[in-house]
Design a protein around this ligand. Structure first.
Ligand code: BGC
Length: 365
């Protein structure tokens, strides 16, 4: 997990940014009790933030940033992890509703299992924001804030091809595919984005998935757990690669990328091109050491900042910033979204990509 220093530095920057926003809004005239003007709710209202399990560093960073920056913006914050699973997350959201939270921000473990709780939130007059992961099959979700998940997958697919081409100019290339946890709505979208690039190359013979496992259901990693990816990779290697080289692996995130690399090394094979996501400290080190090929920079500071700006707009009764009204159909409605642009990072651009990140810039030098 990233250092406390980083979290504190990050929070300070975000707090400064928020303080800046506050200053430019100070003419609006409503008092801190929120009694005046056309405020939708008081400026110091309770905001609930329900986060999933700590399956990657970004969630831990988000917890710290939400706590510090919601407080810096004048709100009361109730920020919870649901390490125990879906039932715990359901109970946490219900309790935020009971405590009178005016906005509930949800990073769902399972986006399809919170319908009852978010409906209760809406019935109580709260606004529901899906954070990073979409809430599915419910109309009780107002907004979605995330990095562009399909784009993440496209960038991963392209990085896999580019990395393999650099090592060996022409195919065919032997590859394997991994996806994230099927209960996380993002996992399918990442996979679809990557397959929009890779499928045509599989069809024309440039890429060969030696195991034959190419459908989402065959390649998922339950719970985004490293041990599940490592086990599957062990099996793939012993069943298909005893006398065949593996050129590349599509990995949906950094935690799984490192597990895949561990498995390949244990089998005594050279490390293939492996993609990732999240810019986790250990993966950035691995990229700089020439092992993992790529990651994605989805700076958590910017995602939390965008979410808090959305909460501030809602508090004032304003329309929050939305830049996508078509991509995220959750099965019941198209959820208006603010999508941020993800950035691909390899050893070539790492220094530049992390220049303003106090922890990662130390690794990239
Ligand atoms: C997030 C990824 C993360 C994964 C596992 C996804 O929903 O978008 O950034 O790697 O969850 O925690």
């Amino acid at each position: 997990m990233r250092s406390l220093t980083k979290v504190m530095a990050v929070s300070a920057i975000a707090a400064m940014a928020l303080a800046g926003c506050g200053r430019s809004d100070s003419g609006s005239g409503s008092g801190s009790s929120g009694s005046g003007g056309s405020d939708k709710f008081p400026k110091d209202a309770l905001i609930g933030v329900s986060l999933p399990q700590k399956t990657s560093e970004n969630w831990v960073l988000a917890e710290n940033l939400f706590k510090t920056d919601l407080a810096a913006a004048g709100f009361k914050a109730d920020v919870q992890f649901a390490n125990g699973g879906v039932t715990e997350q359901q109970n946490q959201i219900q309790s935020m509703v009971t405590k009178g939270a005016k906005v509930i921000v949800v990073g769902a473990i399972d986006g399809s299992q919170l319908g009852t709780q978010v409906k209760a939130a809406k019935d109580s007059g709260a606004t529901v924001i899906a954070y990073d992961r979409l809430l599915k099959n419910t109309d009780a979700v107002d907004y979605y804030v995330a990095y562009d998940n399909f784009k993440v997958g496209v960038l991963q697919g392209n990085a896999l091809l580019d990395g393999m081409k650099k090592k060996k100019a022409n195919g065919p290339y032997n590859i394997e595919l991994f996806a994230g946890s099927p209960d996380d709505a993002n996992a399918q979208v990442f996979f679809d984005g990557a397959m929009s690039v890779l499928k045509p190359k599989i069809d024309d013979g440039t890429l060969k998935v030696v195991s034959g496992q190419t459908s989402f259901n065959q390649v998922v990693t339950q719970g985004w757990k490293a041990e599940n990816a490592q086990k599957r990779m062990d099996t793939l290697l012993s069943a298909n690669y005893t006398s065949t080289a593996i050129d590349g692996v599509l990995s949906p995130n950094d935690t799984l990328a490192r597990a895949i690399i561990t498995s390949v090394k244990a089998a005594g094979k050279p490390v293939p091109i492996v993609t990732g996501q999240d810019s986790e400290v250990e993966s950035v080190k691995s990229i700089m050491a020439g092992e993992q090929y790529s990651t994605i920079n989805k700076d958590t500071r910017n995602l939390v900042k965008a979410t808090i700006e959305m909460i501030q707009a809602i508090q004032k009764g304003d329309q929050p910033k939305i830049n996508d009204t078509k991509s995220y159909n959750n099965g019941v409605k198209v959820v208006p979204a603010e999508l941020l642009p993800p950035l691909i990072v390899t050893k070539d651009n790492a220094k530049e990509a992390y220049a303003n990140d106090p922890t990662l810039s130390k690794i990239t030098g």
